[in-house]
Write a protein that binds this ligand. Sequence first.
Ligand SMILES: [Zn+2]
Length: 168
Amino acid sequence: MRDTLVLNASFEPLSTVTLNRAVVLVLQDKAVVEQSHPDLRVRAAAVDLPVPRVIRLCRFVRVPFRRQAPWSRRGVLVRDQHRCAYCGKRASTVDHVVPRAQGGGDSWLNTVASCAEDNHRKADRTPEQAGMPLLYQPFVPTPADAMLLAMRAGERSELPEWLARAAA
Ligand SMILES: [Zn+2]
């Protein structure tokens, strides 16, 4: 997979994204192509454009965390878009999947956003012990995730199928 460099509106390099994502950002008018490949084109049902090498965001975004993001409660809430991992409602607290009382630590993979109610209900139990399955799996956010979250471009992209095929 070919990666495209993303510049902020201020021309500061932010991150790289997959070609698929770059094309979607351009098609959604969220970014403009600054530099494209001289020979390669993306061709699919509704699209025919040069393969972008560098795109620049149309609006400046403030990225909440950058490469090697250290774990933080705020970072977890941003990563999970303030959605409770147990019920999907608005979350304001961070829950330890394996509770600290059972040796679970502060890490990206062991914490999820949670509403106060579910956090209280789950208490010092694992999701299995509490019978509260996770709606999504926690992940270590990459710089690209952070940028897309800051742009509100959605979670790890669900692309239209025709585009996923076209740009593969
Ligand atoms: Zn909840």
